[in-house]
Design a protein around this ligand. Structure first.
Ligand code: AMP
Length: 308
């Protein structure tokens, strides 16, 4: 079985959307990535840190989805990373209200020994020096290294970010962040500039407007599934990344052609994530539900046209 290492925050989130508000619930990039990747038959391990305030139930929830949690450090006298955000009425944009790094401030990631030869490394949203720290612990060059990041790290750790970006094959980033990183408005030009920073593959996520995959002058586009109910977009980007990484790890085919399918899996999984608050919808997702939605995806995007 392929091995997948996931690094990212395991967090408390407090979310406000036009449909309601939550107190501190389970969140974090590694949490969403792990839950999403758990739908594929791969051995995955999460590398992260939480405080003594983090409930055992949440760790059990990850373990029950077959995510190895040996690499999640518990700092007994520390507090878990906390993020709070409020969505605008369009549900596509949000304001960050609070980011408390807490135990993340002095985090030194440790990849479990049995995962240091993993096939795929998914560097989820976290301080770029920590992302690099994970890459440095790999005893064998991973077949694929994927990096996700956000504006927060561009604002406070751009140099570290630029140096880890050089070492990855794929970057997944949202449209506004791609613009910030490249200084370009056009996403096509932005992707080209980001290619020049290192990654051969650039995935730009556009929320409810789908995702673009760029490689070598080629571009592939997948729409997001039009949904009746969108309650909370939190974690959709990470869920996309987890589906993308999980599918590629499972198939072991890292070609552009196969990445197109990985984008479809990522978009499909993200479409479930947004239907309920937090991680709720991702906790008990079944293969049958995923299959059905992939089928909907296929009929949404497939058409025949006769070009004469
Ligand atoms: P997404 O909606 O996919 O961008 O991811 C939302 C998740 O990212 C939330 O569960 C947060 O806990 C987490 N998050 C928010 N800000 C940061 C940050 N600066 N670094 C790492 N993770 C973050």
């Amino acid at each position: 079985m392929s091995k997948l290492v996931i690094v990212g925050t395991v967090a408390f989130d407090a979310i406000e959307t036009p449909f309601g508000k939550t107190d501190k619930i389970l969140g974090g990039a590694a949490t969403y990535i792990g839950l999403s990747a758990s739908n594929f038959n791969v051995d995955s391990a999460a590398v992260s840190v939480v405080g003594g305030d983090f409930p055992q139930d949440y760790l059990d929830l990850l373990e029950n989805r077959n995510i190895d949690i040996e690499g999640i450090e518990i700092v007994k006298d520390g507090k878990t990373f906390f993020w709070s955000g409020k969505y605008h009425n369009d549900m596509n944009s949000r304001d960050t209200l609070v980011t408390e790094l807490n135990v993340l401030e002095h985090f030194n990631p440790k990849v479990p020994e049995s995962y240091q030869d993993a096939d795929v490394v998914m560097l989820g949203n976290l301080h770029p020096a920590v992302q690099q720290g994970v890459l440095d612990q790999m005893t064998k060059k991973p077949k694929l290294a994927i990096l996700d990041t956000m504006n927060f790290w561009m604002d406070i750790a751009l140099d570290d970010l630029l140096s880890v970006i050089k070492n990855v094959d794929v970057i997944t980033i949202n449209d506004e962040e791609a613009r910030q990183l490249s200084g370009e408005y056009s996403l096509v030009v932005a992707a080209r500039k980001i290619h020049e920073m290192g990654p051969k593959y650039v995935v730009i996520k556009k929320g409810e407007h789908g995702a673009l995959l760029f490689h070598n002058g080629n571009v592939f586009y997948a729409p997001a599934l039009p949904l009746e109910e969108v309650f909370d977009p939190t974690g959709a980007g990470d869920t996309f990344a987890g589906g993308f990484a999980g599918y590629l790890a499972k198939t072991g085919d890292y070609s552009f052609e196969n990445m197109k399918t990985a984008v479809i899996y990522g978009s499909t999984l993200a479409s479930f994530c947004v239907e309920k608050f937090g991680t709720e919808r991702m906790q008990n997702l079944t293969d049958k539900e995923i299959y059905k939605r992939l089928d909907q995806f296929k009929s949404l995007t497939q058409f025949d046209i006769e070009l004469t």
